[in-house]
Design a protein around this ligand. Sequence first.
Ligand SMILES: CC(C)(COP(=O)(O)OP(=O)(O)OC[C@H]1O[C@@H](n2cnc3c(N)ncnc32)[C@H](O)[C@@H]1OP(=O)(O)O)[C@@H](O)C(=O)NCCC(=O)NCCS
Length: 252
Amino acid sequence: MAANKQQWQQVLPGALAHAEEVHVWCASLDLSAHQRENLLHTLSADEVARAGRFFFRKDQDRFIAARGILRNILGHYLGEAPRSIRFAYSPHGKPVLEANSGGDSLCFNLSHSDRFALYAVALNRNMGVDIEHIRYDVAVEQITRRFFSPGEASLLGGIPEKERYEVFFQYWTRKESVLKAKGEGLSFPMEQCDVSCIHGELSAVTLPGKNGEASCWYVQDLFPGKGYAAAIAVEGGDCKLSCFLYNLPKFP
Ligand SMILES: CC(C)(COP(=O)(O)OP(=O)(O)OC[C@H]1O[C@@H](n2cnc3c(N)ncnc32)[C@H](O)[C@@H]1OP(=O)(O)O)[C@@H](O)C(=O)NCCC(=O)NCCS
């Protein structure tokens, strides 16, 4: 797979000035107890309750970290205290900012898998990110038959088994990123979203609509670290992607 591995910058980005700017942040979710405690205090009552429903402590800790970091990142762009940010949810569960909490222009999406989270932030455009920890215990053939296009399935079938899982997860994250950008749920036509043509740069993916009209999404692979696949999808139009690492002194 030809790929353009992006540089994750260790600087604090400035404000989003133009509609074409998209900022992606990568964060580790394995924090110290002290850092987690600080983040816990920024969560809303419903987020704290949700954290409490995780069965495993590790999942609870990572949820607190993922939401707390989200609040810090959004607070950075909005110039607001992380605790004061309020979310609303679409019918399919996609979180957005409440209108009077900056939601009239700042858009975001996040994804987490194992010990990493990715966050995408932009002005006035729908985006979706997806990250997956590459696992070797998934039923690749079964999932491919059900959710991949015939073209994708045939490309995947021609890849030596050793490399197949990595490409499978790369395709999967591209598809999920489009699904998440659209904000849809399980009704999303995964098999009609052919993502096999993406090579390095942002590439257009066209999706047939319910009434015959197509929609265009720009998709790019992201490389957060070894053992992970990830992608971002952005609603049509020019796009300038910049990537940042979260571990900065501003966010202790
Ligand atoms: C939501 C979904 C996209 C999550 O994908 P995933 O790979 O399991 O998880 P990810 O880590 O990539 O994404 C999770 C994050 O995406 C966001 N998210 C939730 N629902 C979303 C949606 N429909 N679209 C976009 N983003 C969504 C949330 O921020 C969530 O993080 P959280 O755990 O902090 O709340 C996937 O499970 C799905 O398709 N769900 C459909 C649910 C649905 O349609 N329900 C119908 C209820 S009537």
